[in-house]
Design a protein around this ligand. Structure first.
Ligand code: IPM
Ligand code: MG
Length: 373
């Protein structure tokens, strides 16, 4: 029996192209694993009213971890318009399957390395090596939202002195998305960030929040961070407001090592950081829980490039590298990392985003050739 069972979720559009590329590299590394393909994405939303069918959840439950390509996702109303006619007006509501997977499998830690590889012509500068820890199941992504706002909820908020100016607003003219933090959620993501900093000998952890305005939720994160820091005397805790951080990351990205943030702020700063090291072709993440994890490139499904064998597969290949590390296959993970960095440094093969004309599979093959037993 193979050592690992891994679910493959290619999803939509270029998700299929980049998963094929990653499999060339994984084949070369000779991972003792069985790969089980499962269905996810827009096609299943349109046909079945569910982009994440139950059969897919069952497959995932029966695997050690998953590799995810990309999916198309659209706002609620646009999604409803694309449902098969016989499914319309039956109450189907679109939810992002990746957000649902994070919730259902309690993948509470989103790990996003952003490293500038030497030779990558898209680097903003060559000395950037950031790792972002984004809380992945709470905050503004908790999914507690109302429109219209229910009466009992209005009663509570109308009592609030600051809400008087909204008193006359109709329930139907108001929408609410709740930002929910728990102590446990804060502690978990902070501990992951500090543990990582200790293990990788990083000097600081930077907390990216906004406690001067969002006092209760961001405030809880700051309080927990200060308590956590005491257990890591060798690591400095830097407290930054998210708006200022956006500026500092552009000004001095090389000064930062480990960043930690709640869900939405982590989402935003991780795109900013990704652009500093080459953009979507290099941005990837691990969605990690206590006993399951899912690894993905951060890019979308880019329908216009679908099936053209054109897009950059490096984010997907690096997501696989992160999976190897999580599985405890350190040596194999390092081989992939070394191969990617050698190929970038040599600069002979480049996809269109890097100013070249090599194909998705060309890059994967050249990376695979660099891997030796
Ligand atoms: C990400 C993406 C997702 C998110 C989208 C696709 C729902 O932007 O992984 O950063 O908002 O988390
Ligand atoms: Mg994002």
């Amino acid at each position: 029996m193979p050592k690992y069972k891994i679910a493959l979720l290619p999803g939509d559009g270029i998700g299929n192209d980049v998963i094929k590329a990653a499999m060339i590299v994984i084949d070369k590394i000779k991972l003792d694993a069985e790969f089980i393909e499962a269905e996810i994405g827009w096609e299943f939303w349109k046909k079945e009213g569910n982009p994440l069918p139950d059969r897919t959840i069952r497959i995932l439950k029966n695997t050690d971890c998953a590799l995810f390509g990309a999916i198309t996702s659209k706002p609620k109303d646009e999604a409803t318009k694309e449902l098969a006619p016989e499914l319309r007006e039956k109450g189907y509501v679109y939810y992002s399957p990746i957000v649902r997977l994070r919730q259902e499998f309690n993948l509470h830690t989103n790990l996003r390395p952003c490293k500038a590889y030497k030779g990558n012509p898209l680097n903003y500068r060559d000395d950037i090596n950031l790792v972002i820890f984004r809380e992945n199941t709470e905050g503004l992504y908790a999914g507690v939202e109302y429109h219209p706002v229910p009466d009992n909820f209005r009663k509570i908020i109308n009592k609030h002195r600051k809400m008087r100016k909204f008193e006359k607003v109709l329930n139907s003219d108001m929408a609410i998305s709740l930002r929910i933090f728990t102590k446990k959620g804060c502690q978990r993501i902070l501990q992951s960030a500090f543990d990582y900093a200790r293990e990788h000998k990083r000097k600081s952890v930077t907390l990216v929040e906004k406690p001067n305005v969002i006092r209760e939720t961001s405030g809880m994160m700051v309080t927990e961070a200060r308590k956590m820091k005491v257990k890591y005397p060798e690591i400095e805790l830097i407290e930054a407001n998210v708006d200022a951080m956006a500026m500092w990351l552009i000004k001095n990205p090389q000064k930062y090592g480990v960043l930690v943030a709640s869900n939405m702020f982590g989402d935003i700063i991780s795109d900013l950081a990704a652009q500093l090291i080459g953009g979507l072709g290099f941005a990837y993440s691990g969605n990690i829980g206590d006993s399951y994890a899912l690894f993905e490139p951060t890019h979308g499904s880019a329908p216009k490039y679908s099936g053209l064998n054109k897009v950059n597969p490096i984010a997907m290949i690096l997501a696989s590298r992160l999976m190897l590390e999580w599985l405890g296959e350190q040596e194999k993970a390092e081989k992939v990392e070394k191969a990617v960095s050698e190929v970038l440094e040599e600069g002979k093969v480049k996809t269109y985003d890097m100013g070249g004309n090599s194909s998705t599979l060309d890059i994967a093959k050249v990376i695979a050739e660099k891997i030796h037993e």
